[in-house]
Design a protein. Sequence first.
Length: 121
Amino acid sequence: MLDPGDGAVLALRHPARRGAGYLLDESSEPWHTREHRWGSGLVISNAGAARFAAVTGGQELAPGLELHAERAFGERWTERYALRNTGPEPLTVTSWGICTPWRDLYASAADALARAVHTHV
């Protein structure tokens, strides 16, 4: 399930486990915010630091540093994230993180078995 406004992945569905959301849900886990949706993230480089939203296409993160993201659905779900140096000077990326907010919560054994990605009982 995608957000119609920005295309962010909000939920995953599987026909064998219809009640499982697999991902954290902003409506039931209010501490999980849109800044941490699937595909959002951060980069730290010698050109600067930035957070990015879960969008596809290209966006400049710092002077001379662009992020390009692609996402395709079908028989297979594929994603590609690429950083590109668009400036004349070399860049050093020291940190790069991409959010994958799996629902790894355990309110109860029953809830975890029904709704979590994996379970500790």
